[in-house]
Design a binder for this molecule. Structure first.
Ligand code: HEC
Ligand code: HEC
Length: 308
């Protein structure tokens, strides 16, 4: 009976450590910030029902397609990603998916004043303006016009983007995921010769030079970011980078909750592909330990009976 008591005490303290002390230490050591709410409550509400047909004309007249491709509307990118990075510091993303991944309130505010919506306005001024110009309207009410543009982007956006596509559209112009052969200039193709490999490397490295100069920091590779940060931390960071990293040049990109979850799920599948397997093992191991303890106890009782 004494052994059972000792065993019970052991179990008690292990569980206490696991569920009590460890999370408590975590919460003491980490900065306290409100979790992501995906509301963008600092931005103004613009509640017009946009007209996609008007938006389609506006997006061309406003000059958006001078910098952005929109493949879903048969508008190819006006220049290569490398050339675009040389001009703007980073390649303007293709806008085919924008209506699906970005929150509409964020998107309207972003088009009207990009750096303000991204929370990076402190880095820009008249001498060093944000590379995407503010939209002042093409003659009509700019709030109505921006609603038309967003309605158009929503009308062409695919409804079922997968995790990786969401990542590429939202983060892929700045971050690589080398474990999955994703680079800022695109998916690495099959490279046969040494010359091909070097040529690809050179393109990536030139792109990174431009982005570093533009952002003041090289965006880190995200292959194993999911091991350094918890899901919750990543969610909070994506929703508002400034909350966790004051004055960071990483922009608030304005993803919806659903798209944020897709991005994190992609990073999880690349950086921690064994997680599901590992978690399914836990109940099996606990089950094994219980049965093992039972048998050990029965065996011990039998031995002692023979001695007495
Ligand atoms: C002079 C070139 C230029 C023009 C014109 C331009 N953009 Fe951009 N746009 C950029 C660049 C560069 C970026 C990426 C900036 C960054 O990530 O720091 C960008 C980013 C974006 C994004 C991504 C926002 C996010 O949260 O990640 C959207 C959406 C967008 N632009 C829409 C538009 C629309 C709509 C128009 C027309 C009203 C437009 N752009 C006009 C250069 C341009
Ligand atoms: C316009 C470029 C740009 C885009 C788009 C962008 N990032 Fe970043 N990101 C950066 C830069 C630059 C840094 C480095 C910031 C620093 O050191 O202050 C960074 C840093 C990070 C970090 C590390 C933060 C830390 O604590 O060190 C994570 C995680 C991250 N980004 C995730 C994302 C995810 C996920 C997306 C897409 C939803 C994304 N980023 C989109 C530029 C970008």
């Amino acid at each position: 009976m004494r052994e059972l008591k000792i065993f019970g005490i052991l179990v008690f303290f292990t569980l206490l450590l696991y569920w009590g002390v460890e999370p408590y230490a975590h919460s003491k050591m980490e900065k306290h910030v409100a979790p992501a709410d995906f509301k963008f409550s600092d931005l103004k509400a613009i509640n017009y029902k946009g007209d996609p047909a008007k938006g389609k004309k506006l997006i061309v007249n406003a000059g958006c397609t001078g910098c952005h491709g929109i493949k879903a509307a048969n508008m190819p990118a006006p220049m290569s990603k490398e050339a675009a990075a040389a001009s703007f510091g980073v390649a303007p993303p293709d806008l085919s998916d924008a209506g699906a991944i970005y929150d509409p309130k964020f998107l309207k505010n972003f088009i009207l004043n990009p750096a303000h919506a991204m929370l990076t306005a402190m880095k820009y001024n008249a001498k060093k303006p944000f590379p995407m110009p503010q939209f002042f309207g093409t003659g009509g009410d700019k709030n109505k016009e921006v609603s038309d543009i967003v309605a158009f982007l929503q009308s062409i956006a695919p409804k079922d983007l997968n995790d990786k596509e969401t990542f590429e559209a939202a983060c892929g112009r700045c971050h690589s995921v080398k474990y999955d052969k994703w680079y800022q200039i695109g998916q690495q193709p099959k490279l046969k010769t040494e010359t091909e490999k070097l040529a690809f490397k050179l393109k990536v490295s030139k792109y990174l030079d431009h982005i570093k100069k533009y952002m003041g920091a090289t965006p880190p590779d995200l292959s194993i970011m999911i091991r350094a940060k918890s899901k919750e931390e990543l969610e909070t960071f994506i929703d508002n980078p400034q909350k966790l990293l004051k004055n960071t040049s990483m922009p608030r990109v304005g993803l919806t909750k659903e798209s944020t979850e897709k991005v994190i799920s992609y990073l999880e599948s690349v950086g921690d592909s064994k997680k599901a397997e590992r978690e399914s093992l836990i109940p099996k191991i606990i089950g094994f330990l219980i049965i093992f303890t039972l048998f050990a106890y029965l065996w011990k009782s039998k031995l002692w009976k023979e001695v007495h």
